[in-house]
Ligand binder design. Structure first.
Ligand code: SF4
Length: 720
């Protein structure tokens, strides 16, 4: 009789649509991951460094969690501990009832899937809306996610189109752009009216009490900005000691997940809206979920907590590539899921998953933090056997095999017998002839024909040849000896690879790719990320570009952030454009902004290595100006450029720790809002801007007024 996993796997294998979707998606993600790491100076050292961050964190986890909770408390974030799923759910419901919440918008979160939050919200008459495009598709379909990063990876474009026609608009076509636009329209309404936003957490930075989200669509930013209450839910393993260490993990996460140098948005939320800020939640909660995690700290599977949920091991795993995520019947599928699921749900419920691996090691090779999944799978299997959670038949078969292996005569005779019996059948390719359980085992697997000679016989032959060669070498040393040394070296390298021990990170700072021209590199990377960049030598051309962009949205208001000189806004008004008044501090600007076509902001810093801009929130610098309009235009004074992502750490740290009112939100923006959740077709403008444009302002043009951050303003149009 087939086990539950085998039944689900058989169904998956027999589904041609799923097979097609899995093949295309996993191979494309794998290729993009490899390419993305090629752009770093030392990919292996970077990954080893990221692993070291995770290892060090768990050496002193209690301390980092205490620091995190203390800093969150100082910021006004209410921290709740939940020992299990029911406690976490109860906490969410209590907050929702107290705030009289009727609808909730959610960004993608594995922790909320783990605690089955949507079902609990619905049962309490609170309507949850998944806002990640892939998650929303699955919510419409009534299905669970099948991948850590691309939850609807198992669905083809045609299937999504049929679903939308059935549930959203009967006249809709199958163009991913049209389908995405329909989702944007529907979910924008829900964002604007939701009473609560619920998010997960990618990293929780202890030293500043900052909760970080890595997203591409912009829904994470909206969930943590528009509703009056923000509730974040995270497992205890998400803590990271410092901003710099979070940036090290950020350098490997999107590369491993989607092949991007950075995702479109890295959002760092540090407390609720400050009194002088125009947007952001008024109330913020963090629910810290244990749910069985702490009993594994320091145990044999402890290393599974190093996982940063990039999904690379899933894409690399031959089993996942064949059966997909639903076969695992768990929120966490694939190789890491085969460890995490039994850890959280118990060996009886999910221990079988540890057998769903060929132990080829592809998962660890792909993992950005080298989680030793193969070792843990073997130990999980051992634990399962010792606990007698495997069937009697399987145990008896392995006992018999163990006895045969320990008894050379039986083993060698058995090998010869099996080879004689099966050899002719397998060599003729008729594997389906094998009767009983062995026949079932061969379905979906290739069994190579048995070798004509056993290992022992080949070893004996090898020894004889070696002896002969040795005696020849003694007579004529030289070339042959060098070959032997080379062979030994290669064997050693292979054995090191097999031993699954990651290289330690090099001491000192990691080598970076040299960037001789910051502007040139920024523009190249910005455009590779889907943006449009301009390098102007005169204010006249700058004006023209801004006016051309504004003219594309005539009839729609323009949002201009405060740190630009007032004359700029006057000038746009004189050209016939409606420029939105900045909301008084604390007043909501969402309704007027959601009608806006163009949002103009400056930025605090820009990173050349990745084409990223960094924007802090602040008085009259609403978070939504760079998010709700269809097009975001950013003006970058050239002195704001910094070469590398790692160099942004001290700047962000300074912004969050100095001054009376540090920003409640810092966003790293790399390209427009985007998704490839429908048939892997890249579509921009899912929830945030469809386009992002950047004008680099040379220092000699930009001199004049001073911005609220103290930087020289780029926008001195009155100079003209
Ligand atoms: S185990 Fe490694 S590869 Fe797999 S999801 Fe976690 S971090 Fe990514």
């Amino acid at each position: 009789m087939k086990s539950p996993f085998n039944r689900r796997a058989s169904t998956a294998i027999a589904n041609p649509d799923l097979q097609e979707a899995l093949h295309v998606a996993t191979s494309r993600f794998g290729d993009m991951r490899k390419k993305a790491f090629e752009s770093t100076a030392a990919p292996l050292a970077l990954r080893a460094s990221a692993r070291e961050v995770r290892r060090r964190t768990f050496d002193d986890l209690d301390h980092h969690l205490e620091t995190l909770f203390s800093n969150l408390g100082k910021l006004g974030v209410q921290v709740h501990s939940a020992t299990d799923a029911s406690e976490a759910v109860k906490t969410v419901l209590d907050i929702a009832r107290r705030k009289n919440v009727k609808t909730v918008v959610k960004s993608k979160s594995m922790a909320t899937e783990e605690i089955h939050l949507n079902a609990a919200l619905k049962a309490a008459n609170i309507t949850p809306f998944e806002t990640d495009l892939g998650e929303w598709i699955l919510q419409l379909a009534g299905e669970a996610p099948s991948h850590l990063v691309a939850p609807a990876l198992h669905k083809t474009r045609e299937q999504v189109a049929r679903l939308f026609a059935d549930k959203v608009d009967p006249n809709i076509g199958d163009d991913p752009r049209e389908l995405t636009a329909a989702a944007r329209g529907k979910l924008r309404e829900e964002f604007l009216r939701a009473g609560m936003g619920i998010s997960g957490v990618n990293f929780a930075i202890a030293e500043t009490g900052t909760l970080c989200l890595v997203t591409n669509e912009g829904n994470g930013r909206l969930v943590t900005t528009l509703p009056k209450v923000h509730v974040a839910i995270m497992g205890i393993e998400k803590v990271v000691p410092t901003i710099q260490e979070a940036l090290t993990l950020l350098a490997v996460l999107p590369r491993s997940a989607t092949g991007q140098k950075l995702s479109s948005y890295f959002t760092m939320v540090t407390g609720p809206r400050k009194p002088q800020e125009a947007d952001g939640p008024e109330e913020m909660h963090l629910i810290v979920l244990d749910n069985g995690r702490s009993r594994h700290l320091g145990g044999p599977f402890h290393e599974a907590f190093y996982c940063i949920r990039c999904g690379a091991c899933q894409n690399a795993c031959p089993v996942f590539q064949t059966v997909g995520g639903h076969a695992y019947d768990s929120v966490y599928g694939g190789p890491i899921g085969a460890i995490l699921s039994p850890m959280l749900r118990g060996l009886e419920a999910s221990g079988e998953l540890s057998a769903a691996s060929s132990l080829c090691g592809a998962c660890q090779e792909a993992c950005p933090v080298f989680v030793d999944i193969p070792r843990m799978l073997i130990e999980m299997r051992e634990a399962r056997t010792l606990r007698h959670t495997v069937g009697i038949g399987e145990r008896a078969a392995f006992r018999l095999a163990g006895w045969a292996m320990r008894t050379p005569l039986v083993w060698q005779t058995g090998q010869k017998l099996i080879s004689r019996l099966l050899g002719p059948i397998l060599r003729s390719g008729k594997t389906a002839w094998i009767p009983g359980p062995a026949g079932a085992w061969l379905k979906g697997r290739d069994l190579p024909p048995p070798p004509t000679k056993s290992f022992t016989a080949r070893w004996r032959d090898h020894q004889k040849i070696s002896k002969k060669n040795t005696s020849r070498q003694e007579m004529a040393p030289g070339q042959d000896g060098e070959k032997t040394i080379e062979l030994a070296r290669r064997t050693l390298a292979i054995s090191k690879g097999i031993s699954h021990v990651p290289a330690p990170p090099p001491p000192g700072p990691l080598p970076e790719v040299a960037i001789p021209d910051l502007i040139e590199r920024f523009c190249t990377e910005f455009e590779l990320a889907g943006g449009h960049s301009y390098r102007h030598e005169s204010m006249e051309t700058t004006k023209k570009t801004i006016l051309d962009l504004a003219n594309r949205f005539s009839g729609q208001p323009i949002a201009v952030s405060d740190n630009l000189p007032l004359t700029a806004a006057d000038w746009l008004r004189e050209s016939g454009h409606e420029v939105l008044s900045l909301s008084p501090p604390g007043e909501d600007c969402r309704e007027s902004l959601s009608q806006s076509g163009l949002g103009i902001t400056d930025c605090d810093w820009a990173i050349s290595e990745t084409g990223t801009i960094i924007l802090t929130s602040g008085p009259n610098r609403p978070r939504l100006y760079s998010l709700l309009p269809e097009l975001h235009l950013v003006l970058i004074p050239e002195e704001c450029l910094i070469p590398h992502l790692s160099g942004a750490g001290p700047n962000i740290h300074g912004a969050l720790t100095s001054g009376d009112t540090p920003p409640s939100c810092v966003n790293l923006i790399t390209g427009p809002s985007r998704s490839a959740d429908i048939g892997l077709t890249l579509v921009t403008g899912v929830h945030g801007p469809c386009e992002i444009h950047a004008i680099i302002i040379p220092a000699d043009i930009g001199k004049g007024t001073t911005t609220s951050t103290g930087a020289s303003s780029p926008f001195t149009l009155e100079d003209e």
